[in-house]
Unconditional design. Structure first.
Length: 292
């Protein structure tokens, strides 16, 4: 299911320029907003999920004040800054004499991100707001994420997803867990995964699909599958394609180019390369050896 952030707000003095630029990844949604401001602009925001607010650029002689209640003193913005706001917590902003701001909002589903990291996120960290953090490293990541949100020809999802996940890990100061031995897939999980791979081996299978089938995070599934079978899921899929190809080779005179196309390889050269790498010989030579 696609993660859909929900936010309530009551604001004034803002005029969005050019519409929102949004990218969605696995449990993470990133939005870039370009906004013209009146002499005074502000209000409050409330979201059901934790989020980051990153002020990327501002223009004007005034200032931006971020706070957790309308009467609080708040934290004044002097340079580009990042704020972490827990789920269900109001955050207020006052912008005085600011002409324009560009900001990046990153909403994330804590349960999904926790599954991906193979551990529940610390409730204490999730519940602790951090307003207007100053860190050039974090801002560099935020700028790259924003550029990818506005990119008319987005790169592979892993690029933006990796940047956003890295930013969350750094802001929340998530530490690496102690190394632990990976357990194997349960019998039912292995059966379900192998059956799915072999039924769908002719197309590209995403790791996310297999993880969902077994109710595991992607990383946990990948390690547990290898622990159970001795090979990673991708190699199991390659082996399944090669078995289909071998059946075609010995049961018909189908040209190699057609065998490649029918078994999920991009072309004959790719098929031959993968066949040789895994079986130590070319498809033609293997076929001849089987007909002797």
């Amino acid at each position: 299911m696609t993660f859909q952030p929900r936010m309530q707000n009551k604001i004034e003095g803002f005029s969005v320029v050019g519409g929102v630029h949004r990218r969605e990844w696995n449990g993470i949604v990133a939005d870039v907003w370009d906004v013209d401001c009146s002499a005074y602009a502000g209000g409050y925001y409330l979201a059901r999920d934790p989020r980051l607010f990153i002020l990327l650029h501002s223009r004007g002689p005034g200032h931006c004040n971020v706070k957790l209640s309308p009467r609080a003193q708040g934290v004044m913005e002097e340079r580009q800054r990042i704020s972490y706001i827990p789920a269900g917590l109001e955050v207020w902003a006052d912008l005085v004499d600011m002409e324009f701001v560009r900001h990046l909002d990153i909403h994330f589903n804590a349960e999904t991100v926790g599954r991906r990291l193979m551990e529940d996120l610390d409730p204490a960290r999730l519940g602790n707001p951090r307003l207007l953090i100053s860190d050039p490293r974090l801002m560099a990541l935020a700028e790259l994420i924003a550029a990818e949100c506005k990119n008319p020809e987005p790169l592979h999802d892993l690029y933006g997803d990796g940047l956003a996940l890295s930013l969350l890990i750094d802001v929340l100061q998530l530490r690496r867990s102690a190394t632990r031995r990976r357990s194997k897939l349960a019998a039912w999980q292995l059966h379900r995964a192998v059956e799915y791979i072999e039924e769908n081996c002719l197309r590209s299978i995403r790791l996310e699909e297999l993880a969902l089938l077994t109710n595991l995070s992607q990383s946990h599934f990948s390690h547990a599958f290898k622990a159970a079978t001795g090979i990673p899921p991708h190699q199991w899929q390659i082996n399944a394609r090669l078995e289909r190809a071998k059946q075609l080779l010995i049961s018909s005179d189908t040209p190699l180019a057609d065998v490649a196309a029918e078994t999920g390889f991009s072309d004959q050269a790719h098929f031959t390369r993968v066949f040789r790498k895994n079986l130590g010989t070319t498809p033609s030579s293997w076929k001849k050896s089987q007909l002797v």
